[in-house]
Design a protein around this ligand. Structure first.
Ligand SMILES: [Zn+2]
Length: 341
């Protein structure tokens, strides 16, 4: 199996040091390239962007008069799935409920609510069972979709949490995409994995083998490997690789439980770092996932805190150049999360 080459360069930056009367001082600025996608990231020096205190979420997350995901409104504000898709109507697992999405952005899409009984769940309240059960129910929906419409072979399960992440509803939830087109980075990731596979075998197997026990390694839950990416695309980014599952529909109940367990630990670490908002993506490998050596990858990143006038973490570099500027290195993130595993 070929060794993955992690390319890092020092960009030799010098800045005026105001504490030293403006004297030009060399600072560490590392440029890194993701070995699979070629996407580069810059690891800055210092932790200027880390929130020193936690945003008060009380006002933003107070229970409103009406929320469609609250248990007292859920039955009237949401619609069951059609009988041709599932006999379950609304798909339930533990406290989690999965219902049809009313916003069309993929041929098939569901919304999964972790707990209709709680309008808001803080990061440390997203327990392994709430997250695991929600993912279990989302996978059950994904399998029903695939059975009904095999052409909808590009699948993902995703989360926006609080407005800075793009979420329009406060009530914590996840949402899926299933269609014949997939998403830009999803297709690209799988395509690059295919090219790697033809030369060297599965990239994801090699990545886990090579990173295990190293500075970016976090740990295992079940057959899920947790690590931080060498060249992150977002802040505090953590990845989970599900060994042996090529597509969302391949995830077993053990896998969704293991993903829930690990994600819950990562989000608790985010809470300890005064973070409040996040996105995650569970990325399926599309119609030829198995032959391309894809393994289901979960990526989770933190987002800006929902302060009244907050600084977005997506600058021109991230949005227009697809190049992340990161102030806390992947190795530091891994060291912070690892003790929870
Ligand atoms: Zn609610």
């Amino acid at each position: 199996m070929a060794k993955i080459e992690f390319e890092e360069r020092d960009l030799h930056a010098q800045v005026p040091d105001l504490a030293a009367g403006g004297a030009w001082t060399r600072v560490r600025l590392r440029w890194r390239r993701d070995p699979l996608t070629g996407a580069s990231a810059r690891i800055l020096t210092g932790v200027k962007l880390q929130p020193a205190t936690r945003t008060d979420l009380a006002g933003l997350t107070a229970k409103p008069a009406f929320c469609p995901f609250d248990s007292e409104h859920l039955e009237t504000a949401t619609v069951p799935f059609p009988a041709e898709l599932t006999a379950e109507g609304r798909i339930r697992e533990g406290r989690a409920v999965v219902v049809p999405n009313i916003l069309a952005y993929a041929t098939h899409s569901a919304v999964g609510i972790y707990d209709p009984g709680r309008h808001f769940l803080d990061l440390d309240e997203l327990t392994p069972s709430l997250v695991g059960d929600t993912l279990t129910a989302m996978v059950r929906h994904a399998r029903a979709v695939r059975h009904l419409d095999p052409a909808a072979a590009w699948s993902s399960v995703n989360a926006n949490y609080l407005p800075p992440s793009g979420s329009s509803l406060i009530h914590p939830h996840v949402q899926s995409t299933h269609d014949a087109c997939g998403l830009t980075s999803q297709r690209f990731l799988v395509g690059q994995g295919q090219a790697w596979q033809e030369e060297n075998g599965s990239y994801w197997t090699a990545l886990v083998d090579q990173e295990a026990g190293g500075p970016r390694w976090v740990g295992h839950t079940g057959r899920v490997a947790w690590l931080t990416p060498f060249a992150p695309g977002g802040f505090h980014e953590v990845w989970a690789v599900v060994t042996g599952a090529a597509d969302v529909t391949d995830l077993t109940e053990q896998d969704t439980r293991a993903l829930g367990q690990g994600l819950s630990r990562v989000l608790a670490a985010y809470r300890d770092w005064n973070l409040a908002s996040f996105n995650f993506a569970v990325i399926g490998g599309g119609p030829r996932a198995r032959e391309h050596g894809h393994q289901v990858v979960l990526k989770v990143i933190s987002r800006s805190n929902p302060d009244p006038v907050y600084r977005s973490d997506a600058t021109c570099f991230e949005r227009l150049y697809a190049e992340a500027l990161i102030d806390l290195s992947p190795e530091e993130v891994a060291a912070g999360v690892r003790p929870r595993f």
